[in-house]
Ligand binder design. Structure first.
Ligand code: ADE
Ligand code: ZN
Length: 336
């Protein structure tokens, strides 16, 4: 292992873009399928892995929704979340901001509370045992209707103590942020912090809409913002964080090669870009693997890695004292 690889591995990390349903490893998918008597179209783990060749976001989403059908009970959601937290604890992740997709479960008649109790049970345990801090963000599925989104919001309002923010994910093209302007306005009135996937496959206009109509506090992905100079200036001036996902971008053909990834261009433009894993079980790596892949592909320097690592704590939704403490620990690590 090179010095830089060892540094990346040991560096304290914050993850700001992670779909908990995207941490469902093939082994667990098969095991939960058996446990819950759900038939999957795969006989072996190798067959599951062989299916993970995606040519675009929708290709992946089709398998992602099929995979989550094995998640039925509170214990399933606990096991899923705990497995993720154990993995990232071993990668020196100290803070996580996790998405979940309740509509993907309630439409299969799994209760909102079953999902929430399982996920938060594991998050509570990780906070106690590992000291991992966390925020939970409920995503609306943008391919579904506004009405369905309002149903999900109604469920979330009853659990404001455990849900910090709302996000927008799933099929981006053809489902612009404007479709959810009223839903986000209501969510913000209820006190949820808004974020949205924008500019992953969709055009820069979708990033504008997410900023101007949904009033988001952070952009998930944002790659295509780089096509619009005015937007880049705006994002640099506001220092709004972008939660960039290198291995996801490669596997979903948002970039054709890691050496062409826009992350360095983002840093050079003064954007607060961060590194995240998105759906690590589907895209071939958790936090450390994402840092390593993009560091190698772009030949990033140690200073660039430190900037990315720092940006994650700066762009997190930790409160100010927690943020200060995390940054002090991060800076102390980097000073060695
Ligand atoms: N849901 C899970 N992963 C996603 C991604 N990368 N983009 C949009 N929706 C998602
Ligand atoms: Zn995502």
């Amino acid at each position: 292992m090179s010095d830089l690889e060892a540094f990346i591995s040991a560096m304290p990390k914050a993850e700001l873009h992670l779909h908990i349903e995207g941490t469902l490893e093939p082994e667990m998918m098969m095991a939960l399928g058996h446990r819950n008597r759900i038939t999957l179209p795969y006989a072996t783990i190798e067959e599951v892995e062989a299916a993970y060749r995606f040519s675009c976001l929708q290709d992946f989403l089709d398998l992602y929704y099929q995979g989550m059908s094995v998640l039925q009970t509170e214990q399933d959601f606990f096991d899923l979340t705990w497995a993720y937290l154990e993995r990232v604890h071993a990668q020196n992740v100290t803070h996580v901001e996790i998405f979940f997709d309740p509509q993907g479960h309630t439409e299969r008649s799994v209760a909102f509370e079953t999902v929430l109790d399982g996920i938060t049970g594991a998050l509570d345990r990780a906070e106690r045992e590992f000291g991992i801090t966390r925020k939970l963000i409920m995503c609306f599925l943008r391919h579904l209707s506004e009405e369905s989104g309002f149903e999900a919001l109604k469920s979330a309002v009853a659990h404001k103590d455990r849900i910090f923010g709302v996000g927008l994910d799933s099929s981006e093209k053809g489902h612009p942020p404007s479709k959810f302007e009223r839903l986000f306005a209501e969510a913000v009135r209820e006190g949820f912090v808004p974020v949205a996937h924008a500019g992953e496959e969709g055009p820069p206009d979708y990033v504008h809409e997410a900023l101007d109509l949904l009033h988001i506090d952070r952009i998930d992905h944002g790659n295509r913002a780089l096509e619009d100079d005015g937007l880049v200036k705006r994002l640099a001036a506001s220092q709004m964080a972008l939660t960039v996902c290198p291995l996801s971008n490669l596997r979903l053909c948002v970039v054709d090669d890691m050496s062409h990834h826009p992350l360095r261009a983002m840093l050079q433009a003064g954007l607060r870009a961060t590194v995240n894993s998105d759906d690590p079980a589907y895209f071939g790596g958790y936090m450390t693997e994402n840092y390593l892949a993009v560091a190698k592909g772009l030949d990033l320097s140690r200073d660039e890695i430190v900037t990315l690592g720092r940006n994650a704590y700066l762009g997190s939704f930790l409160d100010e004292p927690e943020k200060r403490r995390s940054l002090e620990e991060f800076d102390a690590f980097c000073a060695h």
